[in-house]
Design a protein around this ligand. Structure first.
Ligand code: ZN
Length: 403
């Protein structure tokens, strides 16, 4: 008996429900008149909505999701203030001083509106990018890389983009690590322009990376193209390493490995850094590998030496043991191994033994021995460091967001 009743009841509901809902909708429905946004870069992003109904609109919620590397979707909610009424205009302003979004970040958002009768309206999902609207950006895209710039000609941008490809090829050839997600690179015309695009800029900011958003921003004056190519390659190196090691365990890379791989992505070795390395080796002042696993010193000469050693350490590992082991090391770190565990498992030694092996390698390679005349050789290269206006900012300043 019951088995026969159920289909019968179901049929009644199917016939009855369209009629009753339509009748109710005519009196209670909520109409979306307008949904819009306004970007006030870099300080705020304003969401606006206009809705109307036969009865008072009583609740308005904005829900949004920011595109970034996550293991679970994160939906946030905002409640704009308004006075209940049948016609409502509401707005909610995202104050970037409280939670800043980087330039180019992508946001998905939708509205949930409710009226006095308890009828809900959930709007479509809208997508927007938080663009730096103060400039007319041009765009060049190749593979996973999109480059945006507003000063300089097409060949300026092409050269920067080519430097990106070379850095990616070099990293892939030597470590097997490759970009897994798209990256957007914003080229500002100067470090000053870049700082003006940030809510809390630091004096020395010449470039900044937002690895979880896949966004890099660098101030590259048109006459500093060569510096710009190296700076981009370096930041892209960090981006690849971040993507390859991103994990719910929160992989912690030793700084020497992260910076060393980023320097490796730059390609050509820096002569002045090589000289610093030789001098320190000759004087027995090299840092221990273990001390280089923490953030580098703020003292310029120590920081330069730390970068030089990191680059050399990475080269030593790649040249002596091959690229497959480097990728294996990155994978173990991604899975949550400590640095010493991962090194031991892949190479059969920890950081202390690596320190001894690498120091023997560097002494033999540089020929550095007591008596090495650094003073005779340093003048030209010192001048070179000083003459690169952003060179020092670069090596010292770029670790924001990447360390
Ligand atoms: Zn770096």
């Amino acid at each position: 008996m019951i088995r026969h009743m159920l289909p019968f009841l179901g049929l009644i509901i199917l016939i009855a429900s369209p009629i009753s809902i339509t009748a109710q909708q005519q009196t209670d429905q909520i109409t979306l008149v307008e949904s819009a946004t306004e970007t006030v870069f870099p300080s705020s992003l304003v969401f606006k909505v206009k809705v109307q109904s036969q009865t008072d609109i009583t609740k308005i919620r904005l829900q949004y999701e920011v595109e970034r590397m996550n293991y679970a979707p994160v939906i946030s909610e905002a409640w704009p203030d308004f006075i209940p009424s049948p016609k409502v205009e509401a707005r909610w302003s995202w104050d970037m001083r409280k939670a800043a979004l980087p330039m180019g970040a992508t946001i998905h958002y939708w509205w949930i509106i409710e009226n006095q009768k308890g009828v809900n309206l959930i709007t479509d999902k809208y997508t927007l990018q938080f663009q730096d609207t103060r400039y007319s950006w041009q765009n060049l895209t190749e593979g996973q890389i999109s480059l945006f710039w507003y000063r300089g000609n097409q060949s300026f941008a092409s050269e920067l983009l080519a430097a990106c490809s070379q850095a990616l090829d070099r990293l892939y050839a030597d470590t097997g690590a490759r970009l897994e997600r798209p990256v957007r690179i914003y080229i500002y015309a100067s470090p000053q322009d870049l700082r003006a695009a940030m809510i809390f800029p630091r004096e020395w900011t010449g470039g900044v990376a937002f690895p979880e958003f896949g966004i890099i921003a660098i101030g590259v004056p048109v006459n500093q193209l060569n510096w710009g190519k190296k700076a981009i390659a370096h930041e892209l190196g960090h981006m690849v390493i971040h993507q390859v090691t991103f994990s719910p365990f929160g992989a912690s890379l030793p700084v020497w490995l992260n910076e060393g791989l980023a320097m490796h992505a730059e390609g050509e070795r820096d002569v002045s850094l090589d000289l610093l390395l030789r001098k320190a080796a000759a004087e027995g002042r090299l840092f221990s590998v273990r001390s280089l696993s923490s953030p580098f010193s703020a003292r310029p000469e120590d920081a330069y030496l730390s970068y030089a050693q990191s680059q050399s350490l990475v080269e030593f590992l790649i040249q002596s043991y091959g690229k497959d082991k480097m990728l294996e090391l990155l994978h173990l770190l991604k899975e949550g191994s400590s640095v010493d565990e991962a090194l031991f498992s892949v190479y059969g030694f920890d950081q202390s033994v690596l320190d001894r092996l690498w120091k023997a390698y560097i002494m033999s390679k540089t020929g550095a021995a007591p008596g090495f005349k650094y003073e005779e050789q340093k003048t030209d290269h010192r001048t070179k460091i000083a003459a690169q206006p952003y060179g020092s900012l670069y090596y010292l300043g770029l670790p924001i967001g990447v360390r």
